[in-house]
Design a protein around this ligand. Structure first.
Ligand code: ADP
Ligand code: MG
Ligand code: MG
Length: 210
């Protein structure tokens, strides 16, 4: 079964709940290698996403993703706002005005989101950023979609891979963003943005509506 606009909205509501539940954890991760605001930034942004969806309900998955992008860009400051905003904007463009998304469309949306983050932030694999969660997620999603997986399974394998990718940022030395100011001292801590990416993808899966 395809993923409709209603499913995408359900997934985003679950994502907002997950970000809120993990707000303090994300703050704590960012406290040690950044400026302790990642949980706050993400929570503010996703609260705004949900409240906007209460008043304006777009009719296609792409239109929902586009609304998310503009909301995040206008409410989340810092590095992560424009990066997540660009990811959702590119994902929206990738799915176009299709009424439902199948497995390959979900994988293509994730690929477009990653491409947007990379275009905007110029991070490469191993720089200790959200890109380190997204790259394995996209690879897993594309492989599953090529094997005929539907949207739910594609997201499930993407979330699993994102968690491994986020965990694998722990020993890395940051080369992008605020954490890079710490140099070698950034090693030994999970990157907050990689963690939030993994949390969002898991929540999308657990919303069970996609
Ligand atoms: P800020 O660093 O401005 O306070 P946040 O704390 O909200 O913003 O977000 C920090 C996260 O943003 C990092 O953990 C990292 O994952 C991500 N990030 C920062 N710079 C980049 C970049 N150039 N490319 C990709 N991700 C980045
Ligand atoms: Mg920060
Ligand atoms: Mg900040």
């Amino acid at each position: 079964m395809g993923c409709t606009a209603t499913d995408v909205i359900g997934a985003l509501q679950a994502g907002a709940a997950a970000v809120s539940a993990h707000r303090d954890e994300l703050i704590q991760l960012d406290r040690v290698i950044g400026d302790a605001d990642h949980g706050e930034n993400m929570d503010r942004g996703f609260r705004a996403v949900v409240s906007k969806l209460d008043t304006a309900v777009p009719e296609t998955p792409g239109a929902v993703l586009k609304q998310v992008a503009t909301t995040l860009i206008s409410t989340v400051g810092g590095a992560s706002g424009p990066l997540y905003g660009t990811a959702f904007l590119r994902a929206a463009a990738a799915v176009g005005d299709a009424p439902e998304l199948d497995g390959p469309a979900v994988a293509a949306a994730l690929q477009a989101g990653l491409d947007g983050v990379v275009a905007r932030g110029k991070a490469v694999a191993g720089d200790k950023t959200m890109v380190d969660a997204l790259i394995p997620a996209v690879d897993a999603a594309k492989a599953a979609a090529a094997d005929g997986a539907g949207p739910a399974r594609v997201l499930e394998v993407a979330a699993q891979a994102a968690h491994s990718g986020a965990q694998a940022t722990e020993p890395l030395v940051a080369r992008k963003g605020r954490a890079s100011y710490l140099g070698e001292r950034s090693a030994g801590h999970v990157d907050p943005g990689a963690r939030s990416t993994a949390l969002l993808l898991s929540a999308f899966v657990e919303s069970r509506s996609v």
